[in-house]
Design a protein around this ligand. Structure first.
Ligand code: CAA
Length: 260
């Protein structure tokens, strides 16, 4: 498929999706969201692909938010659809069963911060700027920001970010747990590819069960989460990779995972 707003590339087990509307600081219009949905579906169905990296083109922005030009003048039901559509796509990304890495190379505002938060891991360049500035537009986040931000950084900090609309720089984002690592801009993609390579070297079914246990567990109480983990722990023992990994340790050799 030819994309107008994204560049989608694969290199071995690693796929990279680059948001590519630099003139609009990679803002997410409906076409871009539809293209993202297509990328996610392609990545999901290709068994040779194990990790997806998301980043932004140019040196200024990851994504500066949902495209405000497409948000003006919508009646409430149409605004509801916009939110529902984007939320569904990002939830699919989060629950796809394969890890995703946001390589945040500049503005990650509004929907951009929400895309990053739907990824499994966030890396940020020193010039990255996070935030949910919707309050300054008189609206609220619509792609999961109120939910994922509170889960990542706690309700107190999330409420401050959401209600002030103030941006958070990379260092502060790292301090509060919004990003996993901060790197120099020139090193960001190398860091992302190295991390992707590391994740791709692990047992694919074991990674999938971790993602299911973490995301499934976040939905319920602690007891439900612990039960879920126990179920996944039993299930991972049905894979050949679990026997290989355990035996390799005892035999003092590297594990040779076959993803089954
Ligand atoms: N939507 C549409 N266009 C955008 C955009 C957005 N979110 N962000 C930037 N742009 C466009 C600007 O309109 C401008 O286009 P023109 O040259 O055609 O005028 C171009 O990108 C460059 O932007 P600026 O001239 O504003 O650049 P700057 O360096 O002065 O400021 C910025 C950069 C601080 C990121 C500023 O552009 C900005 O505040 N953008 C909006 C950020 C925002 O509010 N995001 C949340 C959107 S709502 C949302 O995301 C809801 C949701 O949860 C789904």
């Amino acid at each position: 498929m030819n994309y107008n707003n994204l560049v989608y590339e694969t290199d071995g087990p690693v796929a990279t999706c680059t948001f590519n509307r630099p003139k609009a600081l990679n803002a997410l219009n409906t076409e871009t969201m539809d293209e993202l949905a297509h990328v996610i579906s392609d990545f999901k169905s290709d068994n040779s692909l194990k990790v997806l990296i998301l980043t932004g083109s140019g040196d200024r922005a990851f994504i500066a938010g949902a495209d405000i030009k497409g948000m003006v003048g919508r009646p409430p039901l149409s605004a509801r659809w916009l939110s529902e559509h984007g939320t569904k796509i990002l939830r699919e990304l989060e629950t796809i069963g394969k890890p995703s890495i946001a390589a945040v190379n500049g503005f990650a505002l509004g929907g951009g911060c929400e895309v990053a938060m739907a990824c499994s891991i966030r890396l940020a360049s020193t010039n990255a700027l996070f935030g949910q500035p919707e309050i300054n537009l008189g609206i609220i986040p619509g792609y999961g920001g109120t939910q994922r931000l509170a889960r990542l950084v706690g309700a107190g900090r999330a409420l401050e970010i959401l209600m002030t609309g103030d941006p958070v720089n990379a260092e502060e984002a790292h301090r509060i747990g919004l990003v996993n690592k901060v790197c120099e801009p020139d090193a960001l993609m190398d860091e992302a590819r190295t991390l992707a390579g590391k994740l791709a070297s692990k047992s694919k079914p074991a990674i999938e069960l971790i993602l299911q246990a973490v995301h499934g567990g976040l939905e319920g109480g602690l007891d439900e989460g612990l039960t879920l983990e126990t179920e996944k722990f039993g299930l991972v023992y049905s894979t050949e990779d679990s026997q290989e990994g355990l035996s390799a340790f005892i035999e003092k050799r590297p594990a040779d995972f076959q993803d089954r």
